[in-house]
Write a protein that binds this ligand. Structure first.
Ligand SMILES: [Zn+2]
Length: 473
């Protein structure tokens, strides 16, 4: 071997050793998490002014003319969360149903929102559950996982304002998933600023390749607004602002309603006829084309909101952005008032009606406490109304529950129930609706007595309607 080759070999060996040492040190550094660049600021691309939390792809159409105004003319950043993919919906375009339909509807939602300039869109793990029972939706979603995900998205997007469905039972579509989205968004609104809730989301990452700790920070949104799928939204008047979709967008030179129609046209599967959407996509945003959308239940006019909560000074009917602080506000924990009827023998509605009264109190939704128990059923359908009797006495108590039914309604009498000491029982009134449609509310009166004393008197107000999402059975 020549002296030159020998020298080259020594050089090559030296360089290989240097490389090995470099890679070894790099591997040790990455594996042990020693000294990696940690960014201390959140990703501003995901900051939102408004976070919309809804149940299904197409729920956005209830407020989309307002969102068009916010995005195009007020330069607001909007993010949207769908708690389900709408996998139990119908399909007027193809044969795909269930989870396959969920995949189709996910794309429809992304298309619709992209037409409003909204691209920060997330789909969660809730299963589309067609009924009017919020508790059934929360049971099947699963609700704990969806809540954790919504809290994460609030902390990620740091919205000033949250929009969601009314957490309440109304005569209307009254979809249980809509209500569950409203319940979950309200819980997330009250939780996201609390550092003890889902704390692993808030831990700073300790490794370069982190898969547990998320590096988020607590976030308290400032205002919470609701919208509704009630047949008649007049009861929202005075509780929040209204927005006229017939106003013309200064930047787009068409009305907000037309912009919303172009967005909603993407929902082929959910329109009664996909040609309604195709016609608008082909440029026809005439009043007739928009009327077809409205008949499908889309694009209500005006957009009516209900101010559920505000942590800044703002009148209920003032603009959504009125009174907002330009800097983050501190965590505003709820301090609920205890239940009023904490006697030895307490009777109240069970099911959604009873749940909502407790929920509104627990989340300090004082304005919602004015809502009466309402629902719509189809002709000849059975409406089940649970009544819960809680006995805190040391002796058993016999309670009689009776109903006073409006004309045309029928029900079997309820047998008296004996409630054990320190226990509770639920009795069910199964009331059968008449065969005639009626827009007028019928009042079903319930009363509970024990030993000649009235324990409970309350009413449920019911419409008999041609279409509802399902029944509380
Ligand atoms: Zn829906």
């Amino acid at each position: 071997m020549s002296a030159v080759r020998c020298k080259r070999n020594r050089l090559r060996t030296y360089l290989m050793n240097r490389c090995r040492t470099f890679y070894l040190l790099a591997w040790i550094t990455l594996s042990c998490g020693i000294a990696f660049a940690q960014i201390s600021t959140p990703d501003d691309r995901y900051k939102a002014d408004i976070l919309v939390v809804v149940a299904h792809p197409d729920d956005d159409t209830i407020v989309s003319s307002y969102l068009a105004r916010g995005v195009f003319d007020q330069h607001k950043r909007v993010a949207v969360v769908y708690c389900t993919r709408g996998d139990s919906g119908s399909n007027s375009t193809g044969r795909e149903r269930a989870k396959a339909l969920g995949l189709v509807r996910e794309i429809e939602g992304r298309k619709a929102l992209s037409r409003l300039g909204i691209t920060n869109v997330w789909y969660l793990d809730g299963r589309d559950t067609a009924s009017q029972d919020v508790l059934l939706s929360l049971a099947t979603w699963p609700s704990a996982s969806v809540l954790e995900q919504v809290v994460r998205i609030v902390r990620l997007t740091r919205p000033e304002v949250v929009f969601t469905w009314l957490p309440g039972s109304v005569a209307g579509e009254n979809h249980g998933d809509h209500q569950a989205a409203g319940v979950t968004a309200t819980e997330a609104f009250d939780m996201a600023g609390n550092p003890t809730m889902f704390p692993s989301q808030l831990v700073a990452p300790i490794r370069q390749f982190e898969n547990a700790f998320e590096g988020l920070t607590p976030w308290q949104p400032q205002k919470l607004y609701y919208f509704t799928d009630a047949f008649d939204t007049a009861f929202f008047k005075g509780h929040g602002p209204e927005y006229d979709g017939n106003q013309t967008s200064p930047s787009r030179k068409v009305t907000y309603l037309q912009l919303a129609a172009q967005s909603a046209a993407a929902y082929y599967t959910q329109l009664p006829d996909p040609n309604i959407g195709k016609r608008i996509e082909n440029g026809d945003v005439s009043a007739a084309a928009i009327a077809d959308m409205e008949k499908a239940g889309y694009l209500p006019e005006p957009v009516r909101l209900w101010l559920g909560k505000s942590h800044v000074e703002s009148g209920a009917t003032e603009d959504v952005f009125q009174g907002l602080s330009s800097t983050p506000i501190v965590f505003a924990p709820v301090s609920p008032v205890p239940a009023e009827s904490e006697g030895k023998l307490a009777v109240q509605f069970g099911g959604p009606f009873g749940f909502y009264r407790n929920f509104w109190r627990a989340h300090e939704l004082k304005s919602l406490e004015t809502l009466r128990p309402e629902i719509a059923v189809e002709p000849r359908d059975t409406l089940t109304i649970p009544v819960v009797i809680a006995n805190s006495n040391n002796t058993p108590v016999e309670v009689t529950v009776a109903a006073e039914l409006p004309s045309g309604w029928s029900a079997s009498p309820i047998s008296p129930v004996s409630v054990f000491p320190h226990s509770q029982s639920t009795v069910l009134l199964r009331a059968i609706a008449p065969s005639q449609l009626s827009e007028k509310f019928a009042e079903i009166k319930l009363r509970a007595d024990s030993q000649g004393k009235i324990l409970f008197q309350d009413s449920v107000f019911v419409q008999v309607s041609a279409y509802v999402a399902g029944q509380v059975k």
